[in-house]
Design a protein around this ligand. Sequence first.
Ligand SMILES: *Cc1c(COP(=O)(O)O)cnc(C)c1O
Length: 351
Amino acid sequence: MNKDFNLDTLVRENIKAMSAYSSARDEFTDFEDDMVFLDANENPFETKVNRYPDPQQLNLKTQLSSVKRVPINQILLGNGSDEVLDLIFRAFCEPNRDNIITLPPTYGMYKVLANTNAIENKEVLLVDDFQLDVNAILAEVDANTKLIFICSPNNPTGNLIASKAIETILSSFNGIIVIDEAYIDFAEAESWTTRLQEFQNLIVTQTLSKAYGMAGIRLGMCFASKEIISILNKIKPPYNVNVLTQQVALKRILEEENVQLEITKLISEREKLMNQLNTINFINHSYKTDANFILVKVDDANKRYKQLIENGIVIRNRSTQPLCENTLRFTVGTASENEKLITTLKSISKS
Ligand SMILES: *Cc1c(COP(=O)(O)O)cnc(C)c1O
């Protein structure tokens, strides 16, 4: 609980004053097969995609609501979580006045979005084991601090952020805390969506891009109080989730058991890969991970990165990130891809 939280004081004045664009499909939502639709200037000839998508994605949200155990009016969908994050900026952060807090080393998009929205990005580095320095974070908060971004499991480090630290921030910060759970399906921990009733200042984002294997369709999910969701709904582009994405996502969500099987496989591949990485002599450390990637510290990241590329393997060199000197990030692939990675690492370790 955070008794001092007041959503009304956080929303930008122009957003508060506006009403949403009302699209043809918003005004008339009662789809029946024998209706004649002459309201949206669509081409009537059938192409399977000649009609505008449902702006509220009701079928998809209904299914997601049951899988994620969050009521429909507490869900907003976007064109990837990147769009969802941008909507959050535009709803709450007044350009050239407000600021946000991010916790590097972390996902690069928060900073990019702060820059595109002309919002100051205050950075507070993670500390031991890539956990939060709660006092340092709270000390950075000022009257214009609107958002704090917490990525858990964190990218690129892979670790979950301790819940005690997050709870402290949720109960002491009167702005909005965004918990980015892009990798939560690979983690041992419960999602923070289970705490939405308790914390009115909490937004949780997830995505179909990672565990659900659908990076190509661009579907991001946002879970929050119905008040926050209705503000974001007001400013989202009406047709931000296209017809094909809604169809394919729904099909995938209905096969939830297959998704869970793949996740189980990837986690077991991750453990296997982790053990093998620890036998490579130029890998000094591999960090504990709750995601589908492993961050390792090596002798010379640039050299090892180049050698892997020469052998046809593309990974991410994270060395320019704070606290990540000489680190490489490996995504967990299929069993044969991981074997190829290990074989290659072994052979270059001899050269
Ligand atoms: C990959 C990733 C996302 C996913 O973004 P989409 O736009 O949904 O593909 C979000 N947050 C983090 C931390 C990520 O690593």
